[in-house]
Design a protein around this ligand. Structure first.
Ligand code: HEC
Ligand code: HEC
Length: 449
């Protein structure tokens, strides 16, 4: 027993000195662990930062290989070039691009270009300038591909930032610093797509001719897009108006369970859906709910319920993209854009007599849990609700940052032109009997969110 103990002591002493010697020699730094640290504060913080940076890059700059569609099939870049530069039509000058709602990232412009635009030496009337802006990667949500010499525009791909970012107009209207997550309610997606020389893929999918596709695209108008048309083929609502919806905010999404106006799924579900079936990126998307020929005849024809492209340029980016969107806070309205005193009275109305907070639960302004309601509950038709896989519900819209989306109106299709109209709708539908001053206070509160 005694002998064993002394051997043990000897062994420990030897090990201890070996340890000391090696570490003193190595400048006292502990040896790196064999496996990377996991679960420590430091590794989590570093991982979070890496996801954020990569997610931002994907959101702003990744085309997911979509140039094979927008450039390769629709030849959209030829419309940008115009006949003069070897494309088709008049070409798209920066002025035209801005008038279609496209935005320019001022941070991507070198000083010489800024000076040239200011002095007028660089013309905003020529498609050549648009090509230069694309070379600088300065057009939000559009990326050009170029030949090896970086001379000729050979294709065009799109990004999330096309519809879900805008700029602060700090340089000029439509040119400024990026604002990720703000819906671009100036953007006329349909008019932009309709400049493409070929719309064959849409003709084939929808089973209609070129003129019919163009008329659908032109029926959307600024700030709208129809993300479900190439699944159910419904271009119009029963009342004959366009079935397109408003571009929603992509900020303030953390803590919210379901996304899209009619709750298709989580943020990451929808990101895969959009990247593969709407942006026509090269990736993987699986949702057997779409394999229903009565509800989604177009999806069934296109096989959208089970898309497998190789190489897959989407799946590896979903985690970072998800993380980034959850990191974008809802913006606060500028001071002076609402009456603080009226807003504070309006808060009482919102949480009390008007019962708004029963669905728009502060501070998320959406129910924790399953935030879905029928059209009848909120006093509207159920057309858009019926287009989602569960066919029945609208999701309670998170209300923070409402001031960024006043253009185009409120509710999924902008049916209420302003907040006064929204409040009047609830007042009638829910028989709230709000006084005129309560309604006005409620509107000021909504403006303050
Ligand atoms: C062509 C315009 C367009 C592009 C490009 C686009 N989106 Fe959207 N996005 C929409 C529209 C329209 C909706 C609403 C769809 C609906 O409710 O049916 C939407 C909905 C969303 C939502 C749901 C927001 C909510 O809570 O309701 C998120 C999140 C989102 N998009 C993120 C993205 C990301 C990430 C990308 C890139 C992978 C992307 N979008 C690309 C137009 C676009
Ligand atoms: C029964 C649940 C419910 C109640 C109660 C409710 N809402 Fe809503 N709210 C919704 C749903 C669902 C939507 C989405 C409707 C759509 O997009 O068509 C919505 C949308 C909105 C919008 C539009 C947001 C946007 O970006 O377009 C505003 C504003 C709003 N509600 C304010 C209110 C106010 C103010 C009250 C109280 C008077 C209220 N809501 C009561 C469920 C509710």
């Amino acid at each position: 027993m005694k002998r064993h103990r002394s051997i043990l002591i000897l062994l420990l002493a030897t090990l201890g000195s070996v340890f000391l010697i090696t570490h003193l020699q190595a400048g006292a730094a502990p040896a790196p662990p064999a496996a990377p640290a996991s679960g420590t504060d430091d590794s989590i913080d570093r991982g979070a930062r890496a996801l954020l940076v990569e997610g931002r890059r994907v959101f702003r700059y990744d085309t997911f290989g979509s140039e094979a569609f927008w450039g390769g099939k629709l030849r959209l870049h030829e419309a940008v070039l115009g006949q003069g530069l070897g494309g088709v039509g008049q070409g798209v000058s920066p002025k035209t691009a801005l008038s279609l709602g496209l935005k320019v990232d001022a941070a991507a412009l070198p000083k010489a270009v800024v000076d040239g635009i200011k002095s007028g030496a660089i013309s905003l009337d020529k498609p050549e300038t648009t090509v230069e802006l694309l070379k600088l990667n300065a057009v939000l949500g559009l990326t050009g591909t170029f030949d090896a010499g970086k001379k000729t525009l050979t294709g065009l791909g799109i990004q999330c930032a096309l519809c879900h970012s805008t700029v602060d107009d700090s340089f000029a209207p439509g040119i400024g610093r990026r604002r990720d997550g703000w819906p671009n309610r100036d953007l006329d997606v349909g008019a932009i797509v309709a400049t493409a020389p070929s719309l064959k893929p849409f003709e084939e999918l929808l089973g209609v001719d070129d003129a019919a596709v163009r008329s659908v695209l032109k029926s959307w108008g600024p700030g709208k897009y129809d993300a479900e048309l190439d699944q159910d083929g419904k271009a119009k609502r029963p009342d004959g108006k366009s079935a397109a919806t408003l571009l929603p905010a992509a900020f303030g999404l953390a803590g919210v369970n379901l996304h899209t106006y009619n709750g298709w799924g989580s943020v990451t579900y929808w990101n895969a859906y959009v990247a593969v079936t709407q942006m026509h990126g090269q990736g993987t998307f699986f949702d057997p709910r779409l394999n229903d020929k009565d509800q989604y005849p177009v999806a069934v024809k296109a096989g959208f319920h089970n898309v497998r492209n190789t190489p897959d340029q989407v799946t590896s980016k979903l985690a970072a993209l998800h993380y980034y969107q959850l990191s974008i806070p809802a913006p606060k309205p500028p001071a002076g854009s609402f009456s603080a005193a009226a807003a504070s009275r309006g808060k009482g109305v919102f949480e009390g007599k008007a019962r708004c907070a029963s669905c728009h639960v502060p501070p998320l302004f959406v129910e924790p849990g399953w935030p879905m309601h029928t059209g009848a509950e909120i006093g509207i038709d159920d057309f858009q609700a019926s287009r989602s896989p569960d066919k029945r519900f609208y999701r309670t819209t998170p209300l923070a940052g409402l001031f960024t989306r006043t253009k185009g109106g409120f509710y999924h299709d902008g049916r209420f032109a302003d907040l006064q109209a929204v409040v009047a709708h609830y007042d009638g539908h829910m028989k709230l009997q709000l006084s005129e001053s309560e309604k006005a206070d409620l509107v000021e509160y909504l403006k303050s969110l």
